[in-house]
Design a protein around this ligand. Sequence first.
Ligand code: FES
Length: 260
Amino acid sequence: MTGAWGPVEALVVSQTEVCQDTYLMWLSSPSLARGATPGRFLMLLCGHALDPLLPRPMSYHRFRQVGEERQFAILYDVRGRGTAWLARRRSGDRLWAFGPLGRGFAIERGARHLLLVAGGLGIAPLIALAEEAVAQGRAVTLLYGARTEARLIPISLVPQEVEVVMATDDGTRGHHGPVTELVPRYLAWAHQVFACGPREMYQALAQAMRREGLRRPAQVLLEEHMACGTGICYGCAVPTRRGMRLVCRDGPRIALWDVV
Ligand code: FES
């Protein structure tokens, strides 16, 4: 089988460590790129044979056109055996993956000002969204937080049309404190909000909107452990205000107000 329901081959075009333990990998695979949009994901096998057994969900981080081909990149942290193996891959190596999967971000037609809020590796899918929005002529502000400066990806990887405001928990770069403390300044300007990061960040984002009395349409990406990625195992079920949802099939994009 191929495409969303079976693994296909992907060629590693390049791999770079962009900040401490975070890698950017460009891949070539027409069937994995076809139909991929910001917020959707693929399941990537990170090892030889069946070790480790389960594939890893990876967001599409950005896209580019190379001649006739649409290539895509992933951005990932080295967290365990599988991602350590992935970090040792080099240009010309071949990987196996299936996708694209899930439901991605949806920008409202009239939303001219987009506020993006990224926590840590949550920056990964938001860069693809920012590129799409800028190409459509929308204004984008990105609030980007991490634990410390060494964990921030270089600003050169963000489209230059995007206004970027940074925050670090230890104050080594930008605002000293959680990135969500920056949100109130931009809410009146924003027509739509998009976020990706830890669950606590979503709670803080919702609280900021409630406090300001500015409840904007907001979409977030949920992260859950995934075994199948295709709605079969029910391992990624989460409670929402609209009942149980499968992150891999019904998400990962979900309305903020359904999960806070
Ligand atoms: Fe199996 Fe979502 S990962 S149902």
